[in-house]
Design a protein around this ligand. Sequence first.
Ligand code: PSU
Ligand code: MN
Length: 307
Amino acid sequence: MTGSIKIETTRDVADALAQGRPVVALESTIITHGMPWPGNRDMALEVEAVIRAEGAVPATIAVIGGRLHAGLDEAAITELAQASDVMKLSRADLAFALAEARTGATTVAATMMAAHLAGIHVFGTGGIGGVHQGAEQSFDISADLDELARTPVIVVSAGAKAILDIPKTLEALETRGVPVVAYGQDEMPAFWSRKSGLKAPLRLDEPGAIARFEMIRRELGGHGGMLIANPVPQADEIPASEMNRHIEAALATARARGIEGKAVTPFLLGEILTLTDGASLKTNIALVLNNARLAARIATALTSATQ
Ligand code: PSU
Ligand code: MN
């Protein structure tokens, strides 16, 4: 009984996919576990509007009552953004939520799986999961990294947060054969900050160049995903020097409270939000919008390249 999972698509997603027009996948964990209400709903709706303004169709991915959705309408997004007890679904739990008729938000890993199933090649988000600080003790390495290695979806992010060990995250991606491409600069961006102090493995400056790179990767075969690291716009950035002390404080609180497993990333995000007095949220929203715009342009370039 393979291939029997039905993906519920909105009409505009179904039409765009059938006609080979650009579609951009969006994750839902960022809505339910990454930002507080009502900023999370506003962000999710604005992101969709940005993608539409670029001539592409947004497809927010989530599991609602055991059904896998690619594309949610405004009412569904609003309901999800306010809901409590929503599961956080990564590769390990996606099938569980479908089997048990649960409601869950998809992480980068599970969103990539669903996007690939639906035939969507580009996905815009904020930050990916990676190798956590202290991973040599905790073994906490996000399933997002293995998903990038195996599933052929282009993920547009603002780099990785410094709540992660960025050098180890880059090493793990290199080991797994995942291209990491900084957009428009040599340096790897660090989410709230344009700079991380680390050179990115690769650099490209145009959506068309990313599409050409992707087409050659397809020809080579067995190509998996790639990570685009798009720096937050200058006007919205919070310098690393300022963020680092908040990150240190959040990590110390997490250690003191013994936060583990799936709870680590949402806990750190919530702590940092409080510590920055909401400033981190404003930057977070700005960078997600910026990534959505680039994702739509890459999806558009890819549809032209494949026609
Ligand atoms: N990083 C962020 N914001 C987020 C996440 C990560 O800056 O919302 C979410 C994404 O859904 C990502 C997930 O896929 O957390 C990673 O969680 P974990 O480290 O438990 O794999
Ligand atoms: Mn983890």
